[in-house]
Design a protein around this ligand. Sequence first.
Ligand SMILES: Nc1ncnc2c1ncn2[C@@H]1O[C@H](COP(=O)(O)OP(=O)(O)OP(=O)(O)O)[C@@H](O)[C@H]1O
Ligand SMILES: [Zn+2]
Length: 699
Amino acid sequence: MTYWPSVVVATPAHSGLAGPLTYRSEQPLAAGNLVRVPLGAREVLGIVWSCPSDPPADCSEEQLRPVSAVLDGLMPLGDGWRQLVAFAARYYQRGLGEMALSVLPPALRDLDNTQLARRLKRLAKVNGSAACPETPVSRPQASAEQQQVLDALGTLDRPALLYGSTGSGKTEVYLRATEQVLQDDPAAQVLVLVPEINLTPQLEERFRQRFEPRHGSAALVSLHSGMTPAQRLQAWLAAHAGTARIVLGTRMAIFASLPGLRLIVVDEEHDPSYKSQEGARYSARDLAVYRAKVESDRGPHPCRVILGSATPSLESWHAAEQGRYRRLAMPGRIGGGELPRLRLVDMNHQPKGATLSPPLLAAMEERIARGEQCLVLLNRRGYAPVLSCDACAWKSQCPHCSAFQVFHKLDRTLRCHHCGFTRRVPRACPDCGNLDIAPIGRGTEQIEEQLAGLLSQAVRPDGTPARVARMDADTTRTKGSLEQQLQALHEGEVDVLVGTQMVAKGHDFRRITLVAGLNVDAALFASDYRAPERLFALLMQAAGRAGRDAGHSGHSEMWVQTWHPTHPLFAALKKHDYPAFAAEQLAEREAAAMPPFGYQALLRADARTQDAAQAYLNGVADAAADLPGRDEVTLYPAVPLPIQRVANVERAQMLVESHSRQALQRFLWAWQPLLLQGRSLPEARGLIRFAVDVDPLAV
Ligand SMILES: Nc1ncnc2c1ncn2[C@@H]1O[C@H](COP(=O)(O)OP(=O)(O)OP(=O)(O)O)[C@@H](O)[C@H]1O
Ligand SMILES: [Zn+2]
């Protein structure tokens, strides 16, 4: 008998071939089966979406090509998984094939049945090696707040927003909730998402300690972009086969195949890295909520989702206010410690040109003398953001971008942080020959250098000089270096750590009692309406690294150097009053019909010239005039991106807004064919690509 499976394959982006293709098969295939099928002259991996026994109406048998091979060693991808992928494709305006195939591990593409069998065999062997269900595990007694939350989780009927102070023990809640789920059902699986790879080693360690003794080492796998293709494939297979009971990963892990999924944790749910900025621009946090709902609706068991943060996103906070999410609060810190006191340094009253104010330095010296540690946060790596010539107008402009190349003093390079273009620092001004070219502004490298000088007299309790170290994307580039640096900090080898936002997130440092934020003012007046939300979260998270040991928390402090000490954001920060801050921000957003009260998408265009990029955007906007639902959306004029040119590509965007999510979605879908046609507009010649970003983070 002949079957006519419709198969989803990765068609090139924007080819317009969005739906599945029909093939022929002499055997019935299950939905979710992986197959290899011919596509043009190639053979590609595909996913069976359905397998009817009736031939398609509109073409003859001979026209359809047969399926080349079936990866039948592999269990079909589940209905829940396919529903998730289909939703993501639809919601984020991508082709189904592009979406579905791009979220599978790339190494799966070239696998045949023999190789697959070998890998699955290896998986089976690893499993069971060390599992020992009776092993007693040591874990702390849950605090009263933790217990309350855990009880509430047991009867949860909607997403939980775990609003827990920094240091309130949210991780322990995740661990216990996971334990409960694994214990209740031998097939249950748990997905734990973290915003950055940097945070996976520490969390992984805590999960390993808790679960390895009982469930064996194979029960926990990580999934993130730092893994080799082979490692990623193996972890993916373990999750798909159910041998991995816990998957810990970054945003891409939201698409892991997890047939027994019962719990999804999204740690630091406010973090912008949950939103993908390329390809399908999906939000892993939002998909987590969707996925949990799909799994709950399908199966006999609920799948729960916990979004955790001390500074929730305004979207999630608003959802909790409306009752769509259940807010579970843990206001106290473990051990009853206090949150650090805010100290604002008015830079208007500091010595001219001082990067680090004298009172801040004095406070740091005091901590060092007591054997405590300090954290200095500056969200800019390198030595200085720009080099400049005093004699002429030369600046270290990147030749390929509308941005300056950053001066890195250690290796004497100028590096563009947008396109990566690197050159050696010129000895003299390339334009006028002046020898006096000087750095303007400050980056972490320079602060580290300055602090080492300014604190050269500071001594530790044992009489040895203070040690300053730095942690940012530059110092953590090589594998294992981040772990080493964190270790050094934990072991007290470092007294002052300078770093970018990377140091502010999620770490459980025990001896830090002072955190200082430098150069934060730009975000107070940024045009991006989300800038205050991000700054507040960053400072509150940074502050949260201080005083985590209750014994030290009484005198822990968060210092902020600012030229605008009376700004209302600081008043809320002083009281650690996230709810007040959120209420004020949400009121502003409501008045302006901004998210979460309005819905947005961006249409972005990249082109050889800015004119072409804008002409494309304005052209497709004009063409949309008669589309159904056009009256329910507002299209704004095309504008250049804040960094207009990157790697010689000009970038522009158009904001699309609507009062209704459905109306926005309807319009975007109706618009798609016009977006494809618009590529051939004569005035848009030089257009390279376009992309739709639904629920964009930066507009
Ligand atoms: N019930 C408990 N009893 C004793 N110690 C606990 C308990 N729960 C958590 N801890 C400890 O408290 C510290 C803070 O916990 P954790 O790191 O989970 O906080 P968090 O809420 O995730 O904070 P942040 O949002 O700042 O990352 C950790 O060192 C953890 O081991
Ligand atoms: Zn560049």
